[in-house]
Design a protein around this ligand. Sequence first.
Ligand code: ARG
Length: 391
Amino acid sequence: MKVALAYSGGLDTSIAIRLLQKEYDADVITVSVNVGQGAAELKEAAKKAEQLGAIKHYEIDAVREFVEKYVFKCIKANGLYEGYPLSTAIARYPIASKLVEVAKKEKADAVAHGCTGKGNDQFRFETTIALKAPDMKIIAPIRELNIDRKRGIEYAKKHGIPIPVDIDRPYSIDENLWGRSIEGGILENPEHPPPEEIYAWTKSPDETPPKPRVIGIAFECGIPVALDGKRLEGPKLIARLNKIAGEHGVGRIEIIEDRILGLKARENYEAPAATVLILAHKALEQLVLTKEELAFKQIVDQTWADLAYRGLWFDPLREDLDAFIDETQKRVTGTVKVELHRGNARVVARSSPYSLYEEELVSFERFGFDQREVAGVLKFHGLQGKILRKK
Ligand code: ARG
């Protein structure tokens, strides 16, 4: 049997290689998809795949596709799930899609992933695979053989699998260009504050520069196109902003998250660029969208994030919502200035050719209309309440 495995080089997927070979009697083709997790991780994965006897290893560059087809949509939808800037979540779809492509090309008998039965990733992988290749067999060795972390580590030791986690730092980390998630170990007890050692992209606020930095972000139709006046391609812009905002300690997130299964999980994230871009994007929307659009879009955004989180990216509703979102984004063009300082990001200025803000009308200094006319509006404001109270 030939199996294509989504491979990150981490512990679970490394164990999965051996399990597939030993318990499923399979030849394993490993597939690593580059979604901006860094060259070192990819190199390590290629090395380990060979060490562990994969018959073939694929490394597929999907950074641009990830940014343009997933991250940009996420920015337009202000994609937050319970405060989590959807990063791992939206990267699973391109990874699963590429996995299926390789499996078809290689005429594999099945695809496999290293997800456990507790998390969300199994939903994202399997729903995508089933849609792209309805007849493809899916193997989930970690879940099917009921392997927990402790048994996994034992198995790894026994079968010569290099272990990236040690006893002191038993974290499960997932990284892509849009964010970094850290779970496990001491973090599983929400009474413990996250230790400094979990962070790799952000400085502790007491080590950040004492002076704030103001950064200008230009958007065109809801998409960020320039930093401080310099036009940059999406992947570059995001990478650069991750550095700048991370340097100022921006983008650390700690939440209790409701997983698809209903489990509450304690999650820690680093997402400097995502934090700043979503903040800035929302600020620009406030300037250019009407009150009605903003209120309705909030509902749309939330439903969008829910679908993206719950493995339902390819649900027709997500596409329907994107059609609405894209229509609203036609005017989301302009520049937002964000001040970064000591772990905080705050909007300090915004401008747009589509701004609905009329200084003339709202100013305290002068009146752009005859204020006496408002008396007529006031007469009718809260009319039904006034009638009721009179009874
Ligand atoms: N809770 C996040 C999500 O569901 C992060 C999951 C991280 N996954 C991982 N295998 N470490 O998207």
